[in-house]
Design a protein around this ligand. Sequence first.
Ligand code: HEM
Ligand SMILES: *[C@@H]1O[C@H](CO)[C@@H](O)[C@H](O)[C@H]1NC(C)=O
Ligand SMILES: *[C@@H]1O[C@H](CO)[C@@H](O)[C@H](O)[C@H]1NC(C)=O
Length: 343
Amino acid sequence: MARAVLALAAILALVASSCPAVSLAHRQKRQPPILARGLSLDFYRQSCPRAESIVRDFIKDAVRKDIGLAAGLLRLHFHDCFVQGCDASVLLVGSATGPQDQMGEQRAPPNLRLRPSAIRAISDIRDRLERECRGAVVSCSDILALAARDSVVVSGGPDYEVPLGRRDSPRFATMQDVIAGLPAPSSTVPALLAVLNKINLDATDLVAISGAHTVGLSPCSSFEDRLYPRQDPNMNPPFAARLRQICPAKGVNRSTVLDVSTPNAFDNRYYVNLVNREGLFVSDQDLFTNPATRPIVTRFARSQREFFEQYGVSVAKMGQINVLTGSRGQVRRNCSVRNPGTV
Ligand code: HEM
Ligand SMILES: *[C@@H]1O[C@H](CO)[C@@H](O)[C@H](O)[C@H]1NC(C)=O
Ligand SMILES: *[C@@H]1O[C@H](CO)[C@@H](O)[C@H](O)[C@H]1NC(C)=O
């Protein structure tokens, strides 16, 4: 009898950890662990009560038509928050030519392959929200945080609360700030942690938010140094052989999926891949190689539920890096340009 109960419990635990619908049905939406001053969970309750459902509906539709948009929006939110804070500065377009400090973040090397569809989606959502609640009520940085959350949800990942009330910066960061803020894919754990610690994220946050690499694509250029001239010993040889077919030499302009087992689903397979030494970037695989982060990787590989819970916590932290609130910054009328009359 006791044994039967144990077996049943084991089966239930297995089902719960492998099936998000079951594990989340009984759970409250994950509450943010911290709330930056000026942010709140019901910021638009008076001024734009349908804001969240408008974003959710848009993302549902748009991701159904283009699955890659989910990855594009996740990455855009990350590239916004890690550079100068979550202030939508990444969306500002600078001058196409002229001095580097007037070129805009999108022209910095780490941002060259942000998906145009993701940038367009934020602007389209803003237009819809403007029709619903006139007068520049909802900020571009809040739209981006919500769109990233909803992209996760529609891809099968966890739902979590997004604190709102961010305001947009009228200024973009310099090229150097973008490069310093966004680690290269060749980075190992100490270098990654050096960047994250500066913005108050820790090793658990690093492992959890890197889990966003469960969706999306990468060009060969970001991992070809692991194949040529010689193979990275931390890469599983059959996996390396497959990658060499996709990228037959250095400098080939092609892409492949970040999560080799379930490329479009937001799940914990990314961590299972790392345990199998099938991570695409050094910055992915080193999370398993380095003893400081390895136990976190194995925990998330074993339990999708634990990954989902931590993702909500860590991405909520990421989403509150250096936010502008209150009367700081502005609510942009056009997400790609600062409001007229501001400097
Ligand atoms: C921790 C250090 C990280 C590094 C070094 C890194 C690096 C990269 C690189 C090199 C790519 C390939 C895209 C390209 O080169 O054009 C990529 C793609 C991607 N990254 Fe990261 N990333 C990191 C963290 C994150 C985080 C925190 C998120 C989100 C929470 C994220 C989300 C994504 C997504 C979704 C894609 C696929 C984009 C698409 O298909 O358009 N990454 N990342
Ligand atoms: C790589 O190929 C894509 C189309 O597949 C093209 O749009 C892009 O311009 C190419 N990039 C380079 C550097 O040749
Ligand atoms: C927003 O600004 C950009 C850049 O100047 C422009 O191309 C675009 O048409 C503007 N969008 C709207 C809705 O006015």
